[in-house]
Write a protein that binds this ligand. Sequence first.
Ligand SMILES: [Zn+2]
Length: 166
Amino acid sequence: MVNRSSSLSDDVIVDMATGEPLPPLLHDLAERARQAQALAYAPYSRFPVGAALRSSDGRVFVGANVENASYGLTVCAERTAMYQAVLAGARQVAAIAICTNLSPPAAPCGMCRQTLAEFAEEAQIVLLSPSGQAQVTTLSTLLPQAFRPSALIATVEAKDDHERGE
Ligand SMILES: [Zn+2]
């Protein structure tokens, strides 16, 4: 007998804004985030988080939060997924799904928003609740007027021009 409750693939995940099911690519990513949530090491907060991102080249990377007895060393799910992607050479995120046990869905912390500004500026961001609700949003909504890599690149180029006497 198949235990369907252990398989999330048949669950409908609804976009809270439209009432429509998520499109297949986002649905798949959401399922991967839900599965990754089970990997969390969160004995202190008991707030497991799973994340799954799809890079622009189509690969999927997952992450979960990893806590530490020294609380400040805790790393969020979004960043463990993002760092795996970067180390595999994937530096552009097309979409990221993040799953917590909160309903309505929780949004990423400020540190993760800034990390997403580095690699996921144009990404679709899907926030998930355990009941199958999804909020689809963007970084510009979550982190308006972000400090972006382009600010430093402009500074470096201006310095280079100055040193060349231009
Ligand atoms: Zn975070």
